[in-house]
Write a protein that binds this ligand. Structure first.
Ligand SMILES: [Zn+2]
Length: 271
């Protein structure tokens, strides 16, 4: 299991982190060591989030885009450490990977509906230790699409239509997933200054949800690395703004990625 991805992502890592990275690349997942806590000066100034990713390209690229564009630009600076493998992780494995990699730190996880069978397990295990969940139904591509346009309509877990809409939404995404799903170069700059639109569009999907009493304003946003107290899986899942009775698999379409941005102070008028 290799973590952190390509060379460019190593630039901001400390020497100790690079040593750990080299180690983890040589070994299997079982040899991964938990990362050391940041030095006290940094821990005061900069929030560090470990984010487990189901995908090995799109999500880590996007998280590094957030680091580069907003990491030092918001009131409370942050750094996101994507945790992922070369071949992707099913949702429950993404939760397990980030819990194992950063057991004492702020942890989040990004995963999609797709056709996965282990989503209830992933949600339960994330709730157990306070790992924040950004679930996308049908896929993370929906979050990218919402930067360019509002979207609605049940997709039944199939991302094909969303991906096609994304290809049509901006020239930079014309060849998205043909074959690469990276978010680099023009695909990054195409997102610039559209984060407020994406958040607005994602919030309206919560408000339009047909299942239960779902309201974006009810979402819970974490503002520090402190782990919130344990809640039931349904209550944890309701941090998305969806009702505790609205099962994640029924939130079609939806994406919780906006909560991560709001938690980081991105997309507010004063930033
Ligand atoms: Zn709902």
């Amino acid at each position: 299991m290799s973590e952190w991805g390509g060379e460019q992502r190593e630039q901001k890592l400390s020497k100790a982190e690079k040593r750990r990275l080299r180690k983890s690349r040589k070994g299997e997942e079982r040899s991964l060591e938990p990362p050391a806590l940041p030095p006290p000066a940094e821990s005061k100034a900069r929030r560090v989030l470990y984010v487990g990713c189901e995908g090995e390209t799109t999500e880590p690229d996007y998280l590094n885009y957030l680091n580069d564009r907003f990491g030092d630009a918001v009131k409370q600076p942050f750094r996101i450490q994507p945790v992922y493998t070369d071949n992707g992780l099913i949702p429950s494995r993404a939760v397990a990977a980030v819990r194992k990699y950063a057991p004492d730190d702020e942890t989040w996880v990004l995963f999609d509906r797709d056709k996965h069978h282990d989503i209830p397990q992933a949600l339960r295990e994330a709730a157990e230790d306070g790992t924040e969940v950004c679930f996308s139904h049908p896929s993370f591509d929906l979050w990218l699409l919402l930067h360019f346009t509002a979207f609605g309509g049940s997709q039944s877990g199939d991302s094909g239509h969303v991906t096609n809409k994304l290809r049509q939404a901006d020239p930079a995404y014309r060849r998205f997933a043909r074959p690469s799903k990276n978010v680099q170069g023009d695909r990054r700059t195409a997102l610039d200054d559209k984060e407020c639109a994406a958040i607005t569009h994602a919030r309206s999907l919560v408000n339009q949800c047909e299942y239960g009493d779902c309201k974006a304003d009810r979402r819970k946003v974490r503002e520090s690395r402190d782990k919130p107290p344990f809640r039931s899986t349904d209550d944890w899942s309701a941090r998305s703004g969806h009702s505790a009775h609205c099962q994640a698999l029924n939130r079609d379409p939806s994406t919780d990625v906006w909560r991560l941005l709001v938690s980081l102070g991105i997309g507010k008028p004063h930033h």
